[in-house]
Design a protein around this ligand. Structure first.
Ligand code: TYM
Length: 332
């Protein structure tokens, strides 16, 4: 069996990094795998969230996944907090994972910043919940952007440690699926930083709901360097902003960085940016429009998430029962 699990946090706007690094691939994988896709609201609360905004973002992210082509009938699409088994398995994994393993997680260090003593225990234990998400369905493959690779390695370690602790072959070792040149989309303002929902400037990212004017303005203002575009990939060395924009172009056009370089060799950024804007608007325009249409019918989205949660629970329950039995919990 080949089963996919992946998740996205409802902690702000979905952006081009989420789309190219993850969501577009999720939609493409749905014909070849049995897919479970989750809006991870339990992960979102590891950082402070306004409750009304969290609800709105959960609906908006679900709408974004549907608008990007994920079919909630053939796949399972739900929000994490509706399936309590995630939290139950995460607790068990808290009793498997070692402090030393979690201490190595770079995302915690980045998010906790200088005030580590003040970070929540939830933020620290974030990766054990992520391992629970995946392993609760015995998922074999996990499509993610590059930034989640370390968390996935931890999920593999937890799967293995659980199996050996209880002398049972219960969990598979889930494999990351990381695709192509858009696995790490960078900020439009600074080619050394990841494009992210938490970056203060909205001009650092293209949101999936941005209209054509906003997309054009952001690409026009995107940071570049004074040189014309290089004719080959090697010419992108030491030019992070150019490399990022060309990578985005290649991903949107479903081609390679080498081909984009060959096409725009020696041309100024203005010509290239016009072509990139056209591509981005063509791809994101219809998705943003569909997201807005779905936003007008929140009851419909809630209904889909509710139905998805029931289907997710039906898969998760027997697996959590196997886990409980292995651990030695007294069962009804
Ligand atoms: P999150 O919500 O930060 O991001 C969702 C997905 O988008 C990818 N991504 C990017 N890809 C390329 N370039 C970028 N700039 C960029 N920014 C984000 C992420 O890699 C991710 O695939 N911990 C996860 C959510 C999660 C999860 C899981 C994922 C919870 N449980 C189980 C997989 C399996 C996260 O915070 O993603």
């Amino acid at each position: 069996m080949r089963r996919i699990f992946s998740g996205v946090q409802p902690s702000g706007n979905l952006h081009l990094g989420n789309y190219l690094g993850a969501i577009r691939n999720w939609a493409r994988l749905q014909s070849d795998y049995d897919c479970v896709y989750c809006v991870v609201d339990l992960h979102a609360i590891t950082m402070p969230q306004d409750p009304a905004e969290l609800r709105a973002n959960t609906r908006e992210v679900a709408a974004g996944l549907i608008a990007a082509g994920i079919d909630p009938e053939t796949n399972i699409l739900f929000n994490q907090s509706q399936v309590a088994e995630h939290a139950q398995l995460a607790w068990i994994f808290n009793c498997v994972a070692r402090l030393g393993w979690l201490n190595r997680m770079t995302q915690f260090k980045e998010k906790a910043g200088k005030h580590r003593e003040n970070a929540t225990v939830g933020l620290y234990a974030y990766p054990t919940l992520m391992a629970a998400d995946i392993l609760l369905y015995k998922a074999t493959h996990v499509p993610v952007g590059e930034d989640q690779k370390q968390h996935l390695e931890l999920a593999r370690d937890i799967a293995q440690a659980f199996n050996s602790m209880f002398a049972i072959d219960l969990f598979p070792a889930p494999e990351p699926l990381i695709f192509g040149q858009a696995a790490r989309v960078m900020s439009l303002r600074d080619g050394s930083r990841k494009m992210s929902k938490s970056e203060a400037s909205d001009f650092s990212r293209i949101n999936m709901t941005d209209d054509a004017d906003a997309i054009a303005a952001k690409i026009r203002k995107a940071r570049t360097d004074p040189e014309p575009l290089p004719g080959d990939e090697a010419g992108l060395d030491g030019r992070p902003e150019a490399a990022n924009l060309i990578g985005i172009h290649a991903a949107l056009a479903d081609t390679t960085v080498a081909e984009v370089c060959a096409r725009f060799a020696g041309q100024p950024f203005s010509t290239f940016k016009a072509a990139l804007t056209e591509l981005a608007v063509a791809e994101l325009g219809p998705i943003g429009a569909e997201m807005k249409r779905l936003a007008g019918d929140p009851g419909h989205v809630d209904g889909l998430l509710h139905a998805g949660a029931a289907r997710a629970r039906a898969l998760a329950r027997p697996i959590l029962d196997e886990v409980s039995k292995a651990v030695g919990f007294l069962m009804p």
